[in-house]
Design a protein around this ligand. Structure first.
Ligand code: G3I
Length: 366
């Protein structure tokens, strides 16, 4: 028995040691994925497409399944880009994620208003939510394997965000969204996705929310920890505690939007709230000509530390997804300050693997 275990362990270590791709290094542990943009899945970015096909076994759509993109006007659905995204995922045999059904952001104003511009009643907004979810989830039934059903519903202090969804429907808008999604595709995994859940107050609020949803019977498969991280935050202990706290509720944990911002802070708060903007003062964009080696090493260490935490929690984690492929693709070049040169991912602007990539691969064999 013991020798069999040794043989199996040795085989797993050998697989990780020889693996030169992320999906192979973590095969059997968790899926590794990335958010893809339209140029990539329409094959207008062949270099990006090659990295995706070689490295990842799950993809998320960076923008094309958001409400404003797929359902811009009451009777208009723009399915073409999403169809292409799903076809690309199938071509490469990926575990395909849908992002996202119910969010306060990137949702047109008309969704919450009647023809005269007056706020909708609860029942009419619930009908609208139901139609949208039934149409979008139903179209990709059996093809999109997991959905971010509700995105970012909790405030930093743990209270519920006063979004139009919350204000018009009430706090059962989440339960309804999960029920509608389950109805539209009973096989699909369903997620609650948010950022900064490592922070105590927000985590407590989200834990209470998930507990409440579960006891009301909502079919929640997993929590998405976005992990828009910095070099020094969140601390590793907080990352581990957060994974453990959600897992203890009987749900899986996915890391859904991983990146590590290496630039000086320009906004007052640490947030991934896309509505935040900040002016860039002197010194706010220091690495236009390239990332100095010491920063490159700091980024590699940070990624290795994070992946060690993920590996220690392999029983909880089923997927780790990066929010982009190369540094040039990243939203962090424009957030919260526009036009900076950031280096948050594992591949550089030319698509070459960075030291952080090697550091991540090495964690799989340690
Ligand atoms: O497509 C239009 C284009 O037609 C127009 O010319 C251009 C002018 O600015 O804008 C383009 O749309 C942009 C879109 O990305 C596609 O590139 C929007 O302005 C821009 O706001 C949008 O940003 C996205 C943001 O979510 C808001 O939807 C980022 O790419 C995307 O990375 C980011 O992702 C979010 C997750 O969905 C949720 N969690 C946080 C994460 C990071 O903010």
């Amino acid at each position: 028995m013991k020798s069999l275990a040794i043989v199996i362990l040795t085989a797993a270590a050998a697989q990780a040691q020889t693996a030169s791709t992320l999906k192979d290094a973590f095969r059997g542990v968790f899926r590794v994925g990335a958010a893809v943009n339209q140029a990539q899945f329409e094959e207008r970015d062949p270099a990006g497409g090659r990295i995706i096909a070689a490295q990842f076994n799950t993809i998320s759509p960076e923008n094309v399944l958001k409400w404003q993109a797929i359902h811009p006007r009451p009777d208009v659905y723009n399915f073409e880009p999403a169809d292409e995204y799903v076809a690309f995922g199938e071509k490469h045999q990926m575990f395909i994620i849908g992002h996202c059904l119910v969010w306060h952001s990137q949702t047109p104003r008309w969704v919450f208003e009647d023809a005269d511009g007056k706020p909708l009643t609860r029942d009419v907004l619930l009908d609208r939510m139901h139609d949208h979810i039934k149409t979008v989830v139903g179209r990709y039934r059996g093809r999109i394997a997991g959905w971010d059903v509700v995105n970012e519903a909790v405030n930093e202090d743990g209270t519920m965000r006063q979004s139009p969804w919350y204000k018009i429907i009430g706090d059962d808008f989440l339960l309804k969204a999960f029920q509608f999604a389950h109805e539209a595709d009973p096989q699909a995994e369903l997620y609650y996705n948010d950022y900064n859940l490592e922070n105590e107050a927000k985590r407590k609020g989200a834990l209470a929310l998930i507990r409440k949803l579960k006891s009301a019977g909502a079919p929640v498969t997993a929590i998405g920890l976005q992990d828009h991280d910095k070099l020094d935050t969140p601390p590793l202990r907080q990352e581990a505690d957060t994974i453990e706290a959600f897992h203890a509720l009987g749900v899986k944990v996915n890391i859904t939007e991983l990146d590590v911002d290496v630039l000086p802070r320009t906004a007052r708060q640490n947030t991934a709230d896309v509505s935040v903007t900040a002016a860039g003062g002197a010194g706010s964009n220091p690495y236009v000509e390239g990332l100095p080696d010491e920063m490159q090493q700091a980024l590699a260490k940070r990624y290795a530390d994070l992946f060690r935490v993920f590996l220690e929690h392999r029983d909880a984690i089923t997927r780790v997804t990066f929010w982009g492929i190369t540094d040039g693709d990243s939203w962090l070049n424009n957030f919260p300050t526009r036009g900076r040169t950031n280096y948050p991912l594992l591949f550089d602007r030319q698509g070459r693997a960075k030291p952080a990539f090697d550091a991540v691969i090495r964690t799989a064999s340690q």
